[in-house]
Design a protein around this ligand. Sequence first.
Ligand SMILES: [Zn+2]
Length: 516
Amino acid sequence: MNNDVLALKYRPRFFKDVMGQDIAVETLQNSLELNKIHNAYLFSGTRGMGKTTMARLFAKSLLCKEGVNREPCGKCSTCLEIDSASHLDLIEIDAASRTKVEDTRNLMDNVQYLPTSSRYKIYLIDEVHMLSTKSFNALLKTIEEPPEHVKFLLATTDPEKLPETVLSRCLHFKLKSATTETLEIYLKKILDKENIQYDESSLHLITKHSGGSIRDSLSIAEQCISYCSGKITEEKISILLGDISVDKLERVVSYLMKNQATEIVNYVDKFEDNVNYENIFDNLIHIFYKMITKKFISNDYELDSNEEKNIHLFYQILVNSKKELANITDKKSYLIMILLRMITFSDQINPEPDDSSKKKNNIVKNKNDDIPKKSKENALKKQTKNLDIIIDKDICKKIFKELNLTGLQLHLAENSLLVIQNDEQKLLIDEKKKDIYPPSCIADFVKHISNHLNSEINPVISYEREIETISSLEQQKIQSNKDSQYDSIKDKPEIKKIREMFDAQIDKDQIKQLKK
Ligand SMILES: [Zn+2]
C-alpha cells in the first residue's frame, strides 16, 4: 500500500506553504530578494522535516524563468520540470548510494560545463554525511571555489558527521520538528480539503505518532483513512497504531496513587500484546509531569506532600526503566513489574500506624549529642578542613538539605543517613528502599556530599531498618498531625451526632485540613 499519496499531493510548491520553518524560510527568501546567493547551503534535521523540499523550493526560485524572486512563479516550464523532478540543471544525488570517491570525481568533472537552459547549475546532495572522506575532499575543492554558475544544496540527518571544513563553507539551516499544534492545524486543513471526517482526538493521536514530521503525519493519516473507511475515530486508530488511550492510562495512574497492586496486574494484563509500550511509558511520564505542573498553575488542585513525592519518584522510575525497554522481549510483563516496583517503593500514602516508627530513633549514638547546635556546625566547618569530620544525624540532615538534589538522588537523601565519626564512615539506607537506588545513583550521591564538604568521603553502604531519616521524620510529623486532628474533632458534638446517626467511625487517614 502506498502511503505517500497525500504527502506527495500536498508537498509545498511555494515557500508560503512550508509549515513551522519560519526562520529558515524568511532567511532564504531575503537572500533571494537581495540576490545574495552563497555557494553552498546545508539543510539538516531529522527525517521528514522537509530538508529536500526546502532545497528544491530554493532551487526553483533560483532557476525560475520569471527571475530570482521571493517565490518561484510555479507556472513556467522550469518550475513545472522541477516539480516533476525532470529539470536538467537541478542535479539530485543520493549520497547514500554514491559514496565512492570516483562518483564524486565524475560529478565534479562535470561542474565546469555551463547549465543547459538556466542561470545556475544546482547540485542537491541528499544524505551528504554518507560520503567517504576522500569524496568529501573532492567535493571540498569545488565548494571552496565553484564556477559562477554552480550552487550546492546539501541535506543531511546527521550534520555532526560532516567535516568541519565542509560545514564552515555552508550556510547551515537547522530545520525544526513541527509542534503538535502546527501538525494538528495542518492535518485539519488537509483532511477538510479531502472531505474526510474525523474526531478531534484522533488528530492528536496521529500527530503524537508522527514525531514532529509533517511527511510522517500525512503517511499515518493516509493509513488511518484506509483503515477506518469512513470517519477517522480515536478508538479505531488507537488499535491501528497500537495505542492505549489516555483514559486507560489515567486509570492505571489512579491505581498507582492508591497502591492498588492487584487492580494494576488485572487491568494491565488485559492490554493487547501488540500495543506500543514505548508510547505507554511516554504517556505515563507525561501524565505525572502534568500532575506536578498542574499544582503550580491551578489554584483548585492540591497534592499532599506524600503524593507529590511519589509522583516525583514514579516519574524518575519510568524515565530510568524506559531505557531498558528496547532490550526486553515480553514488554507487557516488564511494564507490570515496573508498576509494581513503583508501588513497592512509594511511601505509603495512607500508612498503617506503626509503633516502631513512632519511637524516637537513636541507633546512631553520637559523642556530640550534648554540644549545642551552633558550636557543632562550627566544629564541622573546622574539622572539614583538617579532613577530620564528625557528622551526626542532625548535621547530616542539614547537609542533605543543602545539597539541593532532585529526582532519585533527592529521594535517596531523604531515606538515608550519613554518619562519620572515629574513622568510621557509614551511609545508612532505609532497608525497605534497598532495590530502588542503582549503584551509580549512590556513587553520584556520595560524590555530591564530598564536593559539598570539600573533602572526599568513602562511606560503607549499609541497609538498615528504623533509621531516623528526613523522610521518616516527616512521616512521624504527618502521623502526629493526624492524631492531634483526630483528638480535636472526635468529641465535638456535631461529629458525635453524625457518628451516632450513621453508626460511623472516623477514618483518621481521611481527615484533611480545609483550604484556607
Ligand atoms: Zn517559474
